[in-house]
Design a protein around this ligand. Structure first.
Ligand SMILES: [Fe+2]
Ligand SMILES: [Fe+2]
Length: 130
């Protein structure tokens, strides 16, 4: 796995959403950097904090757009966002319990989220914003 570079094709066409998605990609790359240096035995707490801020801001923004539009897919989309947030809580818990969750697990999770949620779900559901 290599660094992810932002491509124009990742844009949804709404600056707020696209900038927020870029910040997730930065988190993903920072996570990759941490893992590739092989020095981290636990998940970087600073990274979890950034991901929580991302989730709080970005998910609520997307949900408010779907709410305003009266989109019937809101419920399912919210569920996916909640899953992301529950994973973050688990990563945080593992750190606290010194359960030694490998930073690699966050990397794989973020990569899959980026590919499946952002590039498929979000792109599809927010295509009307173009
Ligand atoms: Fe998103
Ligand atoms: Fe989303």
């Amino acid at each position: 796995m290599a660094f992810f570079k932002w491509k124009d094709s990742f844009n949804i066409g709404n600056d707020t959403i696209d900038n927020q998605h870029r910040s997730l990609l930065e988190c993903l790359n920072d996570c990759y950097l941490g893992v590739s240096t092989g020095k981290q035995s636990e998940i970087d707490p600073g990274l979890i904090k950034r991901l929580k801020t991302y989730a709080d801001t970005h998910f609520r923004y997307e949900e408010s757009l779907l709410q305003t539009k009266g989109d019937p897919k809101l419920g399912d989309h919210e569920k996916q966002h909640k899953f992301f947030e529950s994973q973050l809580a688990e990563f945080e818990q593992a750190n606290k319990a010194k359960a030694g969750k490998a930073p690699e697990s966050v990397l794989v999770f973020l990569r899959d989220w980026f590919l499946k949620h952002i590039l498929e779900e979000d792109k599809n559901i927010f295509s009307y914003l173009k």
